[in-house]
Design a protein around this ligand. Structure first.
Ligand SMILES: NC(=O)c1ccc[n+]([C@@H]2O[C@H](COP(=O)([O-])OP(=O)(O)OC[C@H]3O[C@@H](n4cnc5c(N)ncnc54)[C@H](O)[C@@H]3O)[C@@H](O)[C@H]2O)c1
Ligand SMILES: [Zn+2]
Ligand SMILES: [Zn+2]
Length: 348
């Protein structure tokens, strides 16, 4: 089969690899139908994630069709259409029992990281009963690719950890796919104001069409002054960090109001200053989370019922064997106005 293979920092190739086989009875082999590229894949390709070694097939999102299941898989059979979760979970360990699948002792984020991933014609999914979700008949499978990672991430790490509630004023720093997923899912809880902050005018424009009430380009305007003027000097109830840089986490600390929350989503590669001298007395909470994907079944229902439309995040489409062009489009997101790209496997 063909797959996108990492060969050390800056090197990737679309090349021939052996088709995966069942290793454990709880495995399933899934034929990829549609997959996408995540910002995290770009981190991997830069060499920021050293656990990913030369020869690894990357990718942790997608939908597909079951090709084969191990003897221990009870919920799926050949031919079933499935959504692949970016998080693999055994369902049995201490952390899975707490619904903290991201920390699963036998899984967690391993796809396209510690084991071969989804940017390929076939993928092996361990603990298939817990790590795959059945796709309802008639569902728009392309839209569901957004449920492998970005929608649960925006919702769980941003909106739920930030305890967004009706009437809240919230700010989302970063209008990439993750920040926009937080914007879409925050609206389940009817906040009164959603202020988006980014450096990219196109993404801010998109954010407005997705329901943002204010958009701030932090290169052109001072975001702290603007937010303080919008909130009568009080700051926001929830400041969601969806970039992963010291500057953006510091901005969240400057704009959070009394009793507010700072839910961090961004993957940070550097340590960040904590302004405890200013914040100690202001009753705020800071949370961190690796997406657990516990909200995936709920999100499937909201997409099915039309309450949210994640398809809006898809800007470009390719065939799976045009994946190098898809990477180019995703890497040059500013110039090409890219949010999410979809690659479809058209091979029989
Ligand atoms: N916690 C988790 O489980 C989890 C899961 C998936 C992704 N992530 C992380 O979430 C973050 C966002 O992901 P994404 O795919 O949307 O990334 P992205 O790179 O597509 O988007 C980041 C956005 O931040 C903006 N930005 C950059 N610097 C900025 C600044 N100084 N001020 C304001 N905006 C700035 C960029 O213009 C861009 O639109 C990444 O760090 C990613 O690794 C975390
Ligand atoms: Zn991802
Ligand atoms: Zn587990």
């Amino acid at each position: 089969m063909k797959a996108l293979v990492y060969h050390g920092p800056g090197k990737k190739a679309w090349e021939e690899k052996p088709k995966p086989e069942i290793k454990d009875p709880t495995d399933a082999i899934v034929k990829i139908f549609k997959t996408t590229i995540c910002g995290t894949d770009l981190h991997i390709l830069k060499g920021d994630v050293p656990a990913v070694t030369d020869g690894r097939i990357i990718g942790h999102e997608g939908v597909g069709i079951i090709e084969e299941v191990g003897k221990g898989v009870t919920s799926f059979k050949k031919g079933d259409h499935v959504l692949i979760s970016c998080i693999t979970s055994c369902g049995k360990c201490e952390y899975c029992k707490k619904q903290m699948y991201s920390q699963c002792e036998n899984g967690g984020w391993i796809l396209g990281h510690l084991i071969d991933g989804t940017q390929a014609e076939y993928v092996r999914i361990p603990h298939a009963d817990n790590s795959l979700y059945p796709i309802p008949k008639g569902a728009d499978e392309e839209a569901l690719v957004m449920l492998s990672d970005i929608l649960p991430t925006g919702l769980e790490c941003g909106v739920l950890n930030g305890k967004v509630k009706p009437g809240d004023t919230i700010a989302i720093v970063g209008a990439g796919p993750i920040g926009l997923a937080a914007l879409l899912t925050a609206q389940f809880f009817t906040p009164s104001e959603i202020i988006m902050i980014d450096l990219d005018d196109n993404r801010l424009k998109v954010a407005r069409t997705f329901g943002a009430t204010q958009a701030i380009n932090s290169e052109k305007e001072n975001p702290v002054e603007k937010i303080m003027s919008l909130t009568k000097g009080k700051g926001v109830d929830v400041a969601i960090e969806a970039v992963g840089l010291p500057a953006t986490f510091e901005l969240c600390q400057k704009i959070v109001g009394i009793g507010g929350h700072i839910p961090n989503i961004g993957v940070h590669g550097k340590s960040v200053d904590l302004f405890l001298d200013k914040l100690w007395s202001r009753n705020i909470t800071i949370t961190t989370r690796l997406v657990d994907t516990v909200t995936t079944p709920m999100l499937l229902k909201t997409v099915q019922s039309g309450k949210i439309d994640p398809k809006k995040l898809i800007t470009h489409r390719f065939k799976l064997d045009q994946i190098m062009d898809a990477y180019d489009t995703f890497e040059n997101a500013g110039k090409k106005k890219t949010l999410k790209v979809i690659m479809t496997n058209e091979n029989e």
